[in-house]
Design a protein around this ligand. Structure first.
Ligand code: 8YV
Length: 330
């Protein structure tokens, strides 16, 4: 029997590729290039499935140009690179990788909060420049993390994991805003209090963004929200670029309207707004919140499992549009 043809759109762990190769005829991207849309469409020709990452946009045009495509497995929990409605209409199953990255991403969110509030990278750059020649009482002072109010926008799995760290580990009062309020048991587990969005920005000492990106969350944090924040407050984004208006944030940081920001994601990444690069009071990391070795392995394996289960069992572990399976797929 011929094996289904699968495109693995970016480099992944060789062990995962070897497991996929048992079941599929693989086309890989050994150079690990980020393909343009025409290049992606070209590579998808004749493929029954694809393993993608956040850098491959599977939109209505790509779906229409790939009539043999039956499943796309994203190696990411976020799936704003997929037009899920277009995939569903076409009968293409879409999957993502929830749960396996929750705690690792929450660790990183907290690390970025600590680095931002306690000025870790800014002070390291100062030291490396050879400027440290004496102790001074106010050298690199900033806000506290312990006991400060933690504000979380987007209270899904990762938001709740960050809230637990803050509430239980650092004695932080936690406030949150989300499209829907958590049930009482989940709120109690995070010791979190539901507030409206403006209250969150007004009252939090540290705001962490963990909401999914969509048309409705585009620039959810812009000049208006930043203006509500305390001048001593910090902002951390481990969600997606585009949720924050980076130009407005750079201006707020430059003018000292908020103390600092920690950003793992950017509008138009891997490009970073030049105004952010020029600022001292911002910690910048290259979209690595899920990048522990065990977690990246687990993400790759889950994406592979979704493809294998789909073709061998007619189901998937973490489907985004399970109705496609009920309808019998493409
Ligand atoms: C990925 C992420 O590293 O899971 C997500 O949504 O943002 C990251 O964990 C990235 O999207 C690559 O696929």
């Amino acid at each position: 029997m011929t094996k289904p043809a699968i495109l693995v759109a970016r480099a992944i762990f060789p062990e995962t590729l070897a497991r996929l190769a048992v079941h599929f005829e693989l086309t890989t991207n050994d150079a690990d290039q980020v393909w343009s849309k025409p290049e992606l469409v070209e590579r998808l020709r004749g493929k029954a499935g694809a393993l993608t990452t956040g850098s491959e946009r599977i939109d209505a045009e790509v779906v229409a140009a790939s009539p043999g495509l039956r499943v796309v497995a994203n190696m990411a929990v976020g799936y704003n690179n997929f037009d899920v409605d277009a995939l569903t209409r076409a009968g293409v199953l879409a999957t993502n990788t929830p749960d396996v990255l929750t705690e690792t991403t929450a660790d990183f969110g907290f690390a970025l909060l600590m680095a931002t509030a306690r000025r870790i990278t800014e002070s390291e750059r100062y030291l490396r420049r050879g400027e440290w020649n004496k102790w001074r009482y106010d050298m690199f002072t900033g806000p506290d993390v312990n006991g400060a109010t933690l504000g979380i926008l987007g209270m899904g799995r990762i938001g709740q994991a960050i809230a637990r760290r803050g509430a239980h580990g650092f004695g932080m009062p936690v406030i949150y805003h989300n499209r829907s309020r958590l049930d009482a048991a989940s709120e109690a587990a995070c010791k979190a209090r539901y507030v409206d969005k403006d209250t969150l920005f007004r009252e939090a000492d540290h705001v962490v963004l963990v909401l999914p990106y969509s048309a409705s969350s585009h620039h959810a944090v812009g000049a208006a929200e930043l203006a509500l924040m305390k001048p001593t407050a910090t902002l951390v984004n481990v969600a997606r670029g585009g949720i924050v208006d980076d130009a407005a944030l750079a201006q707020a940081l430059r003018e000292g309207r908020i103390a600092a920001a920690g950003l793992d994601v950017f509008e138009g990444e891997p490009q970073v707004h030049p105004d952010l690069l020029a600022l001292k009071n911002v910690v910048l990391t290259p979209h690595i919140a899920s990048a522990s070795t065990p977690t990246r392995r687990a993400m790759a394996e889950l994406a592979a499992d979704n493809l294998i289960d789909f073709f061998t069992l007619g189901r998937a572990r973490t489907p985004l549009n399970p109705q496609v399976l009920d309808r019998g797929g493409r």
